[in-house]
Design a protein around this ligand. Sequence first.
Ligand code: ZN
Length: 95
Amino acid sequence: MERCPACNAEYKGRQFCHRCKTDLSLLLDIENRAEEHLEQACSAFELKDYENMFFHAKRSHSLLSTAESQKLLASAALLVKKFNIAVSLTCPGTD
Ligand SMILES: [Zn+2]
């Protein structure tokens, strides 16, 4: 998180926004969980457990959509032969 979603102040790394005092802990938890699933997806890839990779990549991308999570999910989708998902992630508008 780079900015407070409530007031757009720069995020200073604390639980509460320094400007509007919004509690950001839920959003930080979501970001942390997304990162954990991303790491678990990479670990599953190294073990060639592609179904598990796909599960964690999909969970990560649903929690926090980033360019990295999108690429990982598209790669995992290809590895488990879910081509429609891979194509929809790399070619928007083809759902
Ligand atoms: Zn704020």
